[in-house]
Design a binder for this molecule. Structure first.
Ligand code: TRP
Length: 333
């Protein structure tokens, strides 16, 4: 073992990955893979907390995996696996369930949110979702967990559970820290630019999927909501400028240029020209990813081999934690 710090993160294969996911998260993960021991998983077990079509989960699991690799996540450097392939997640989740209070789960924003959106199916898995997530992270003794802001509450409860367990049994778990993506990579909806770009938006014009055709991507950018002022300027916090701010952020993120220099280049120009150039820059960013993706997705065996290798190494690491936990709580090991 080397002395690199450990990063764990996961994604639910529940929808298309968006440009926002790529610029805000995945691109960042690619940078982390040399500096840290990274473990990334497709969270299929979390996915079934809301009703799904089974074939969709399976297909999307492969899609997400192929996309990650196409985006530059290197399976030689990173442990990539499917959550359900490592039974330790379910095992630790059960134990941690017994060290988590109903009251703290009831306060979770995501639970309140999802149970109001799926009132017909408020199942126990949805309620204990954060416990499974805590198990995901604690199994690997992760130091850092890159997540979006919306997941920070889950990191907090994970830390609380770890600290509670450690207080009873001694130092069993590393208490992890959330790692927010750098500001500036916050990509907003193209239709309601004060809202985050989301793959679950009911309006497909609001987000760019990495799976969209190149001409659709260009069209979506060109029909992005802006304002009637006609000035290309970045004004932080000014809601009327949210659309333009967003396009400038996107342009900056895909080209690596500073927002100020982009805004200066377009000063005095119209939104039409600007949008056309943003569209072209986004297409050029996504095109090579898509080409690599198309190659990978047609090679199921390669993807399966990667998952199998990843799951094996994930299981090996997590067994150490399971053994320790079982021993501490009094199971015969
Ligand atoms: N809850 C996360 C999301 O919806 C996915 C997730 C599950 C995750 N387990 C995790 C993220 C562990 C980081 C670490 O985005």
């Amino acid at each position: 073992m080397d002395d690199k710090k450990i990063i764990f993160s996961g994604v639910q294969p529940s929808g298309n990955l968006t440009l926002g996911n790529y610029l805000g998260a995945i691109k960042n993960w690619v940078k982390l893979q040399d500096e840290y021991n990274c473990i990334y998983a497709m969270m299929d077990m979390h996915t079934i907390t809301v009703r799904q079509t089974p074939a969709d989960i399976r297909r999307r699991t492969f899609e997400v995996l192929a996309l990650y690799i196409a985006c530059g996540i290197d399976p030689e450097k990173v442990t990539l696996f499917i959550q359900s392939h490592n039974p330790a997640h379910a095992e630790l989740a059960w134990v941690l369930n017994c060290y988590t209070y109903m009251g703290e789960l009831q306060r979770m924003t995501q639970f309140k949110d999802k149970s109001s959106r799926h009132a017909e199916n408020i199942n126990a898995g949805l309620f204990t979702y954060p416990v499974l997530m805590a198990a995901d992270i604690l199994l690997y003794q992760a130091d850092f967990v890159p997540v979006g802001k919306d997941q920070m509450q889950h990191i907090e409860i994970c830390r609380d559970i770890a600290e509670r367990f450690n207080a009873i049994y001694g130092d069993v778990f590393k208490v992890p820290e959330g790692m927010l993506p750098k500001v500036g990579a916050n990509i907003m909806s193209l239709q309601e630019p004060t809202k985050k770009m989301s793959k679950s938006d009911e309006n497909p014009k609001a987000y760019i999927s990495l799976m969209d055709d190149m001409n659709i991507i260009a069209k979506k950018i060109k029909s992005a909501v802006t304002d009637s002022e006609g000035v290309i300027e970045y004004r932080e916090g000014d809601e009327t400028k949210a659309g333009v701010n967003n396009l400038l952020s996107i342009m900056s993120a895909v080209t690596g240029r500073e927002i100020d220099s982009i805004a200066a280049e377009y000063s005095g120009k119209g939104y039409g020209d600007f949008k056309g150039d943003v569209a072209e820059a986004v297409v050029e960013c996504i095109r090579p990813i898509r080409q690599e993706y198309d190659r990978l997705i047609s090679d199921k065996q390669y993807l399966l081999d990667i998952c199998a290798k990843g799951a094996e190494s994930a299981a090996r690491i997590s067994q150490r934690t399971i053994k320790k936990v079982y021993k501490k709580v009094g199971f015969v090991v």
